[in-house]
Design a binder for this molecule. Sequence first.
Ligand code: KIV
Length: 277
Amino acid sequence: MSATAKKRTPLPEDIIARKGGAPIVSLTCYTTPMAQIMDAHVDFVLVGDSVGMVLHGLASTIEVTMDMMILHGKAVARGLSSTMMVVDMPFGTYEESPQTAFRNAARLMQETGAGAVKLEGGVGMAETIRFLVQRGIPVMAHIGLTPQSINTLGGYKVQGRGETADALVADARAVAEAGAFSVVLEKVPAALADRITAEVAIPTIGIGASAGCDGQILVVDDMLGLFTAFKAKFVKRFATLGADAEAAIADYARAVTAREFPGPEHIFADAVPGETR
Ligand code: KIV
């Protein structure tokens, strides 16, 4: 996709239309400058609840709040002009009842300008997805490894191996039939991801799934090498910005200590006509 090819913000229906076509490109995003960088290159951004671990140093996504999602959603929206924004519903804001989910999803959309919300769960969330979609809220589902459930899943394990494969297919079918416009498949065997992609009518967005999915997503700080606390097998580092930042900061500290910085080009004379910055 070229920067000039993009003219307007895609809608969920544009994402659905990509089923079986050119792969859908997506990344998580949490800040205005990163949104400005991504705007010309991705089909949608996800303000993921991974923000809690990546930017706030939390141990899991379970502590992430509505206020955090709204703060980051607003920041990302300011940086986008042609890309759809999806915002994650945080843990505890949608599981209790479809009505609670509607109130919180509506608030996320009203206060951030998101075009859709994402929530975790399959068969058990189908009724809620249907309730939201029937009331005007586009929903992206998320099945397989659902990080908000690590305490019941027993950690960040691959999901859907062996006898549990059919249950994951049932989850995918249930969210598609409930009206989700796409489904994230996280950390599932590649053959199972391919089977789900073939069996459901909505696009599958893989993370640790298969190159055969209808699209891919990664956590941006993982793929840029900014988040280095750990690296999942499914992460490919496309840059080493964390190491680059550390080298730059060490160089700054050296230059300040040696009184090399600021140099003559960084300091101000008493008065320079026309100088503005
Ligand atoms: O919060 C997140 O970053 C996500 C992606 C991993 C899909 O849900």
